[in-house]
Design a protein around this ligand. Structure first.
Ligand SMILES: C[S@@+](CC[C@H](N)C(=O)[O-])C[C@H]1O[C@@H](n2cnc3c(N)ncnc32)[C@H](O)[C@@H]1O
Length: 215
């Protein structure tokens, strides 16, 4: 029995509000949340300590971008304890997720999650993003609370396949970061995101190689 079972109705309501199916997703997410809560007591994996707050600020926040994610290979850079990569691997059919993280204890935690949840479509890569030697291997990159847009592209841009997209989760609309994008990259869209149970602005910035410069 999952010790966080009492949070199931709230999680299911949040998933339904995001347009996601509730089963078996809610049970899998609760299993992930219970592991995160348990490990967090010892290993300090996230500053958010209350499981109910994690449900909204980590799980539902990560999943608020799910409609923008397409099947294929995705690398989640600076994923920490697996956010947004693990919720997306559970929710999006046909997605192969590589969880890129340099911190060893966070990687140990994610390997345990992959094992316990039987997550066949997620792999943990313990590395700095800039050291990942898989050029052009990914259709999509994600990054949440990792770096500026320019910083993310600097360490991970080499991983994107031609035509690939970076999906970066941000709070306030990051106009200054957009203005500071390095040459060769262009913003495809900036979409407001809404997260069930959370106030405050959230945005998803989609970036591609600049078609003008690719020609
Ligand atoms: C603030 S945490 C955010 C974690 C997670 N994405 C989230 O939204 O909760 C940033 C994480 O990025 C990792 N990180 C920072 N720079 C990195 C890099 N160049 N390569 C791999 N991981 C990196 C850090 O170790 C840390 O776990």
């Amino acid at each position: 029995m999952n010790p966080l079972q009492h949070l199931a109705p709230e999680l299911e309501a949040g998933l339904a509000a995001l347009g996601l199916p509730t089963q078996p997703l809610a049970g899998q997410l609760l299993d992930y949340l219970a592991l995160l809560d348990r490990w967090n007591k010892t290993y300090n994996l996230t500053a958010i300590r209350d499981p109910r707050e994690m449900l909204h600020k980590h799980l539902l926040d990560s999943l608020s971008m799910w409609r923008a994610v397409r099947p294929g290979r995705l690398a989640d850079l600076g994923t920490g304890p697996g956010l947004p990569g693990i919720p997306l691997a559970l929710a999006v059919p046909g997605l192969e997720v590589t969880l890129v993280e340099s911190n060893g204890k966070k990687c140990r935690f994610m390997r345990e999650v992959v094992r316990k949840l039987g997550l066949a479509n997620a792999r943990v890569l313990e590395s700095r993003a800039e050291a990942v030697d898989e050029p052009g291997a990914y259709d999509q990159l994600t990054a949440r609370a990792m770096d500026t847009l320019a910083g993310i592209l600097e360490v991970g841009g080499h991983l994107l396949a031609p035509g690939g997209r970076l999906l970066a989760m941000k709070g306030l609309r990051p106009d200054a970061e957009i203005a500071a994008l390095p040459p060769g990259w262009a913003v495809e869209s900036v979409q407001p995101l809404s997260v069930p149970g959370l106030e405050g602005e959230r945005h998803l910035v989609t970036i591609t190689r600049d078609p003008a410069q690719a020609a």
